[in-house]
Ligand binder design. Structure first.
Ligand code: GTP
Ligand code: MG
Length: 439
């Protein structure tokens, strides 16, 4: 896309409201001339200038302006960033003036989309910008930052490059088949594809953690009425979020709160006590509790230590084999040393429960850098693995290069969807730049 073929767009880059400062970005071919019209200034690219903004003889603000020249900007286009006083009135006036001077209001994500179209970012990096902005914990932020800096893209590129290597040699073998050259043995091609399968399968395995790390986890507190579920939720959250009474059956609907455990946001659901009940509302609550547990990542099954494990508890626990059994009210009756016991009255065992949870979340769900974090990324790599397996099956069946190439192109296109398109030009570059054919 040539720079002159695109619109000039304008939008605030900071939330609208009262703040010390607000940033407005103008991107596209008219950005510098809009700045000149508003301020009379044409600052040196990448230098901060203090300018007075006015439009239609009306003074708008004095602000800091930075002008970037294509391709050396976030979007790769000519770009202007104005740091204004953080008033929504000023922001509105600047945007209206820019629109009067030829810009249009940007679509959501359009600046980042332009950065992708200009090759400044790949798709994974663009997605990680949104994730970074939405991060609720420092672990989420550092994972998103790592992907923005290319952790995942580099892994995908390494696989893609090894595929290009095989593809280019098989293509060359086709082009020069009459001369009887062999550019790669089928054993070597198979071994390289096997390695690509192993690498991309390892990438697929990062998804369970990556997804959990990006979206957080759901923990569900289950147990018989009066077990102390709402009391535990309140203790974990640090406020009287749920109603606590000595009356069994107090909680009816699910009460959810999110806290940070093991570096991830964990949404804890306090639920209705599990029992058969003639009360319609309570029965619906029990049904909701079970559904939440089925969908949850972790179940804490609370048992009142002073009452001990009842037959109903045994029956219920048979449905939730993965649940952690946590005995409550250990101030009334202590529990065996190997059991998890807590008392919210004396605080006994609460810190230990928290540190067990912390460790569990870190070990089971915290993702390493360079993980797949969304369904789109997962589907792209899954398609790649599928195609590579088909290519290996074709080699094993003794099919010729053309058939194998179909699946290799499918695999590379799938990886292309992950980061940005793979083109036949790249295959030609690989052939002609690194490959001495001698013609
Ligand atoms: N002594 C003692 N009492 C507790 C403890 N935890 C909870 N309780 C009491 O047990 C009673 C029931 O607590 P809740 O937290 O409402 O129990 P629940 O499991 O949410 O009950 P339902 O909502 O009816 O299912 C309340 O009177 C609490 O004060 C504890 O650690 N020690
Ligand atoms: Mg309750």
């Amino acid at each position: 896309m040539s720079a002159s073929a695109i619109d000039t767009i304008v939008a605030p880059a900071t939330p609208i409201g009262r703040s010390a400062l607000a940033i407005v970005r103008i991107d596209g071919p008219l950005s510098a001339s809009i700045l000149k019209s508003l301020s009379g200034a044409a600052p040196e690219p990448r230098y901060v200038a203090l300018v007075e903004l006015a439009h239609d003889s009306q003074h708008i603000d004095h602000c800091l302006a930075v002008r970037y020249e294509a391709p050396h900007s976030f979007t790769g286009n000519d770009l202007v960033e104005l740091t204004l006083h953080g008033s929504s009135v000023i922001v509105g006036e600047v945007i209206r003036a820019a629109i009067a001077l030829g810009a249009r209001f940007a679509e959501p994500g359009e600046f980042t989309e332009r950065a992708v179209l200009n090759g400044k970012l790949d798709l994974v990096q663009a997605e990680s910008i949104a994730d970074l902005i939405n991060a609720r914990t420092s672990l989420q932020a550092s994972l998103s930052l790592a992907n923005l800096e290319g952790s995942l893209s580099r892994k995908a590129s390494a696989v893609r490059e090894s595929l290009l290597h095989v593809i280019s040699r098989l293509e060359a073998a086709l082009d020069f088949s009459e001369e009887g050259y062999e550019f790669i043995s089928s054993g070597d091609a198979r071994a390289m594809i096997e390695r690509a399968v192993a690498d991309s399968s390892a990438l697929l395995e990062t998804y369970r953690r990556g997804r959990a790390s990006r979206s957080g986890l759901d923990a569900v507190i289950l147990g018989r009425p009066n077990a102390g579920k709402s009391t535990l939720l309140n203790r974990l959250v640090g406020s009287d979020r749920a109603i606590v009474t000595p009356i069994p059956g107090t909680t009816r609907d699910i009460v959810r709160e999110t806290i940070e455990i093991g570096g991830l946001p964990v949404t804890i659901a306090d639920t209705a006590g599990l029992r058969e009940s003639g009360d319609v509302v309570e029965s619906i609550g029990v049904e909701r509790a079970r559904r939440a547990a089925e969908a949850g990542d972790l179940i804490l099954y609370l048992v009142d230590a002073s009452a001990g494990l009842t037959d109903e508890d045994h029956k219920e626990l048979a449905r939730w084999p993965e649940a952690w059994v946590v005995y409550t009210k250990t101030d009334i009756k202590p529990v065996a040393a190997d059991a998890i016991g807590i008392s919210v009255v004396t605080e006994h065992g609460v810190d230990e429960l928290l540190s067990r949870l912390d460790q569990f979340v870190r070990e089971r769900f915290a993702a390493p850098e360079g993980s797949l974090v969304n369904e789109r990324q997962y589907q792209a790599v899954a398609e790649c693995v599928d195609a590579l397996r088909a290519a290996i099956a074709s080699i094993d069946a003794g099919h010729d290069e053309q058939i194998i190439l179909v699946d290799l192109y499918r695999a590379s296109t799938a990886l292309g969807l992950l980061t940005g398109a793979i083109t036949r030009d790249e295959v030609f570059d690989e052939i002609f730049s690194k490959f001495c054919i001698g013609k």
